[in-house]
Design a protein around this ligand. Sequence first.
Ligand code: PLP
Length: 445
Amino acid sequence: MANCVSESISRGAVTDALNTTNSQAIFEAAKELMPGGVSSPVRAFKSVLGDPVVFDRVKGPYAWDLDGNRFIDYVGSWGPAICGHAHPEVITALQDALEKGTSFGAPCVLENQLAEMVIEAVPSVEMVRFVNSGTEACMAVLRLMRAFTGRDKVIKFEGCYHGHADMFLVKAGSGVATLGLPDSPGVPRSTTSNTLTAPYNDLEAVKELFAENPDAISGVILEPVVGNAGFITPEPGFLEGLREVTQENGALLVFDEVMTGFRISYGGAQERFGVTPDLTTMGKVIGGGLPVGAYGGRKEIMSMVSPSGPMYQAGTLSGNPLAMTAGIKTLELLKQEGTYEKLDSITSRLIEGIKKSAKEAGLPITGSSISAMFGFYLCDGPVRNFEEAKAADAQKFGALHRAMLNRGVYLAPSAFEAGFTSLAHSEDDINSTLQAFQESFAEIA
Ligand SMILES: Cc1ncc(COP(=O)(O)O)c(C=O)c1O
């Protein structure tokens, strides 16, 4: 893809100000031990300047690396850390839970508690199944879509990421886009032949796919707000239109709220935009920093899942008591008065400040935020889909990323990932971040 800048990026005017001696030594060793030195691809910084810093610890809005450098963190472990890292109440609850054991492999009351909270919060969810990751949730939901409708095909959108299961690795966002991978080797054509794709925000394209594949499409899955191709919001009428067209065609509408769930609002993007899908996938925030995923929806559909129904899906560690505990405490914290107003306010101040200083430095920029999620592209807007996102200057973003790191701000190491704020980010943190942006834009312009 056009944005694959990998090794070719030049250092340009950015001079390294950080001492990263220990990080470098550990990362060099890691490269011999793990592919690319990481457990997940985008962490390797391949599309931005330099090597990754290796984290030692995290607290509140901050991360510290092995050389003692402190960063204001806008990655938040890729989404879960919405209350800030290692929130004292989450840690205390986990310490108490730890005393009772780390895994039960049997029903536990904590599952009921988190399930009740999710069902109460998320409009589409009447019943939920816990799994261990967002990938697992999306993989299972697709099986459920097929089982319920008796149809094999699915529509997804270009630049949306639904985890790394075979049938979703078609025009996917996140690392697939960042690293410029066309499709992954090892995914059989037979697996993806049932995956149809359309540009995000293009309702007509979806209607055409339904017309071309009568009675064959099980449903439409999407990130209701896209965070894996940068940050793209739905145009007015798009989500409503998808609700209508799926209903008209006897197909299911699925919101992948792994990223947006409990972040765009307490009830997710579906609450914020007032469109209720049939099924929803979740992850990240509902695990409070421990490995969790979930899928849920109408009882009639969820009753197909084993052992209520015939659709098989299982997991050794699913409903893990530690993960449930962290999730429950995190949702309790989020439920407090004023949470989303605060997140909205700091994040919109951040994005407006970023845009202002880019423009002052003479750089093209477009960007926006909703609640605790934001993103910008170094190009003139609007960006309504992945194709338009590709106009962003990924080389410049690479330089910007390093310039910000040098000034103590940790951004996602990709031009195609959203940014995340948290309740722990103070007005002072936002001020320091904006100062860093101002200097960095001036440096790279
Ligand atoms: C929207 C969305 N769906 C699914 C996933 C996959 O989740 P996980 O990385 O927990 O497997 C992600 C991960 O970033 C995501 O953002």
